[in-house]
Design a protein around this ligand. Sequence first.
Ligand SMILES: Nc1ncnc2c1ncn2[C@@H]1O[C@H](COP(=O)(O)OP(=O)(O)OP(=O)(O)O)[C@@H](O)[C@H]1O
Length: 241
Amino acid sequence: MIDSILKVEGLTVQRGRYTAIENISFEIPAGSLSAIVGPNGSGKSTLVQAILDLLPKSTGTVEIFGRPIRRLGNLRSQIGYMPQNFIFDRSFPISVEELVALGYTGKGQKRTAVATALRRVNALHLHHQAIGTLSGGELKRVLLAYCLVSPRKLLILDEAFAEVDVQGEAEFYQFLHELQQEERWTVLQVSHDLDMVNRHCDYVLCLNRSLVCTGKPEVALSRDNLLQTYGSAFSRYRHQH
Ligand SMILES: Nc1ncnc2c1ncn2[C@@H]1O[C@H](COP(=O)(O)OP(=O)(O)OP(=O)(O)O)[C@@H](O)[C@H]1O
């Protein structure tokens, strides 16, 4: 019996007429640094969006902090979410610090909280810049600052590091470990970087429309499980590493 922060049971989600994920059940251990891995189109973003009630479910239930998400009330602000794509009109006149401030749910000390969050992701120097002028990696850093400007219990990241440079990715993982160990955050991330997941995560879900396996990386990322999850693409990955 695990102490879980997120419990999914029998979840099926349609995208149009296509069944993007089917009969998914799992629990995410509280305080874990967990990852969802799987090939393109395997339903990772669909799963995350259905968990957050951003997509309708065909069947199944999701509980976060022991409650259905629609009954979370104020607890909803304890969840940080960074989507895979942040689409906006680049001419919209909002600065980095104004955007990050929108994520602040506390009272008072907002400027200090925004500066601290931006410093933690190495983006304080961008604070006056309009968000429409940021590079892809800079924008990811700023969105992460938006997620962590207020304390959370659960942080859900959909390919947060996709456009971040190598140095930035290492810093981010270091920083996720700090959130996990010092502030007891649970982090659930979608990732394509199996090496980083293997090195840094303590719980992994392998997805290919249905759940292939879950568990610690040394078990979930076994050769057989990866072959089942990725098929021939995994063989190519092995040859390149
Ligand atoms: N709005 C949509 N309408 C119809 N089908 C969709 C829609 N969005 C996604 N899909 C389909 O659902 C499936 C799952 O997509 P999803 O984005 O969840 O995959 P993913 O694992 O996150 O992929 P990637 O690794 O490429 O980001 C894909 O086959 C995709 O084409």
